[in-house]
Design a protein around this ligand. Sequence first.
Ligand SMILES: [Zn+2]
Length: 345
Amino acid sequence: MELPRKILIGEGVVSQVGTLIRSLDAGALRVAIITGAVVRARAGDECRKSLEKAALKSSWHVVSDASMDTVAKLREKVTDLSDFVIGFGGGRSVDVAKMTAFKIGKPFLSVPTSASHDGISSPFVSVRGIDKPYSIKANTPIGVVADTHLMSQAPPRLLAGGCGDLVAKITAVKDWELARDEKGEYFGSYAANLAHMSAKIILDESERLKRKSQFSIRTIVEALISAGVAACIAGSSRPCSGAEHLFSHAVEYVVGPSYGLHGERVGIGTIMMAKLHGLDWERVVETLSNVGAPTKAKQIELTEDHVVNALTAAQSLRPDRYTILSKIKLDKKSAYSLAKSVKVI
Ligand SMILES: [Zn+2]
C-alpha cells in the first residue's frame, strides 16, 4: 500500500509548496514543474517564489495535452535535470506530470488547481497513446497541495464534474461487491467504505454544494482526495471505477474524445448503472442537477446513437473488470430502453 505522505488543503496553500517539499525529505533540489499556460500565468509566481524561498531550483514546462508523446518529450527534458516532479494545474497537467515522474522514477507532488476528478491523489493516470482505453497505474503522489482559493477561480463546470466522479463511487462499489459475490474477486471493505463515503457526502450535501463557497470546494476536494486514497488502499481503481467509468471510456474511445469532461460522462453513466443495480437513480439525477452537472446526453452533445453505442461497447473495453454490464448484457434495444427510462436520452 502506497499512500500520499502529506496533504495540504486550504486557501493560499500554494505558497507552502516549497516548505512541504523540504519537509518530505525526498532529496529534492531541482524541481520540474509541469503546468498549463493559464495556470502558470495565473499562479506561477506564487509557486515559484515558494520554491525559491525553500532554496529549490525550478524548471517550468508548459503542456497543452495529456498524451504519451508529450510525456516522451518531457522525459528527455527533465530526466537528468530534475529529481522531483510537480504537476501544477488541471487534470491534464497532473496526469502528464504523474506519468513523467513514474517513467523517470522520481517522486511526484500533485498540486491541482481544479477539483474535477479523483486522480489528484491516486496512482491512476489517464493519458492518450497508451494501449489501454482506461486509466493505468503509475506511482502514488508523495503529497497533495490543494489550494481552495485557486480552485475557486477554476470554471464551475470542473467542480460539477468532480461531483460526477464522486457520485460514481456508489455504482463502482456495487460493481465491486458483485465481482466479489459472483466471481470471488478480492474485496477490501475499508477501501470500499471510504470510496462510498465520498459519494455519500455529495449525495447528502448537494443542496448546500450548489453555492460555490469555500465550504463546497473544500468538501468536494476532500471527498476526491479520500476517493483517490481508497484506490491507493485497494491497490486498484476498483473502489472508484465500475461500469459508469466503462461507459465514459466507451464515449471517449468509441464515439470520440471531445464529448464532455471525465466527471460529466461518468455522472451520466452513474445514472444508468444505478438503475441497473436497482439503486435510487433519481437521487443521483437530483444530486447532479443540484451541483450543476449534466444529467442528459445532449448536454454534452451526445446523440441517442452515441449513448447506445457506448453502452453496448463499454464492457468489451475491459472484459476482465466484472461489472453489472457483464451480468446484464445490453443489446441496442435494451441499451436504448435503459437510457430512455432514466431520461438520459
Ligand atoms: Zn473517475
